[in-house]
Design a protein around this ligand. Structure first.
Ligand SMILES: NC(=O)c1ccc[n+]([C@@H]2O[C@H](COP(=O)([O-])OP(=O)(O)OC[C@H]3O[C@@H](n4cnc5c(N)ncnc54)[C@H](OP(=O)(O)O)[C@@H]3O)[C@@H](O)[C@H]2O)c1
Length: 266
């Protein structure tokens, strides 16, 4: 790490993104923090507590309210930020979820579109403006927050799993492409992490970690330039194994574990 490390995190207003911002916040770190609601433009409204906590730890924080589905605004902001502060580490973390209804009803089309626009299109749109600048500098690290649900579709959250599988393979492809160019790429696949998002999830949440613990694991993995940061064990091993099983057998197991189509909220 250089004297001044520039880290850009999307979805930094709460949950895993906020915990990562705090984990990285330090003197000598410039943090670019994005979400739809992290920056207060109104001087009467108090500054976001995540921003002030990062500043208290010595980081310089530049934050903005940006919706990752607004591609033009997102890419313009990232390009301008990168011109002033060449990004060392991008963590494309912003995400939303959706699930089928408790009686097996389909996700609404607007929910599906929002999941794909945010988690798939939004992540790729976030990364895109930094690829050429990082290639030219032969430096930089791109981290993509996927999920263990990228390994095997869960009947309870079809579009979410599709979006996470999409960014997982996108990251794997980028890593192979950009390694020769001096740019690192890591895919992060967390299991259950306590957050506003996991609070919405109606199935069981075994081995759930706090966002703070998840941030420590993610930072350690990124420091080692791991291709894939999957956790926690043994959930990552279990889901990997599930993907190898015959589909009918795997579906039966998922149903028994409350991730099938018919279940009541827990
Ligand atoms: N929690 C888990 O169990 C778990 C497990 C595996 C993977 N993940 C992944 O980890 C990432 C973070 O999830 P989390 O659990 O921390 O969820 P969270 O607490 O709901 O936080 C999501 C973050 O994304 C931001 N965001 C959502 N939509 C956005 C948009 N259109 N534009 C910009 N920012 C947006 C939110 O801020 P605003 O609302 O202010 O925009 C918030 O900062 C997600 O990609 C999620 O899929 C989570």
């Amino acid at each position: 790490m250089t004297a001044q490390t520039v880290i850009l995190i999307t979805g930094a207003s709460r949950g895993i993104g906020a915990a990562l911002a705090l984990e990285y916040a330090n003197a000598g770190v410039i943090l670019g923090l994005l979400s739809r609601s992290i920056s207060s433009l109104d001087p009467i409204v108090p500054i976001d507590p995540i921003v002030s906590a990062c500043e208290q730890k010595g980081a310089q924080v530049i934050c903005a309210n940006i919706d990752v589905t607004d591609t033009e605004a997102l890419q313009q902001w990232i390009a301008d930020f990168n011109k002033q502060y060449p990004v060392d580490l991008l963590i494309a973390n912003a995400g939303v979820t959706s699930s089928i209804g408790t009686k097996g009803e389909a996700e609404s089309w607007s929910a599906i579109s929002n999941v794909l626009d945010t988690n798939l299109h939004g992540v790729i749109a976030t990364i895109y403006p930094l690829i050429e600048p990082m290639r030219q500098r032969r430096a930089g690290h791109i981290a993509i927050v996927s999920s263990l649900s990228a390994y095997r579709g869960l009947p309870i959250t079809p579009s979410y799993c599709a979006s996470k599988a999409g960014v997982k393979v996108y990251g794997e492809a980028l890593r192979g492409w950009l390694a020769e160019e001096g740019v690192k790429v890591s895919v992060i696949c967390p299991g259950f992490v306590k957050s506003a998002m996991s609070d919405q999830f109606m199935g069981d949440k075994p081995f759930m970690l706090s966002a703070e613990k998840a941030a420590v694991i993610i930072k350690k993995g990124l420091d080692k330039n791991k291709a894939r940061i999957s956790f926690p064990f043994p959930l990552n091993f279990g889901i990997w194994l599930l993907a190898l099983l015959p589909a009918a057998f795997a579906d039966r197991i998922l149903s028994l574990l409350s991730y099938g189509a018919n279940r009541e909220p827990r």
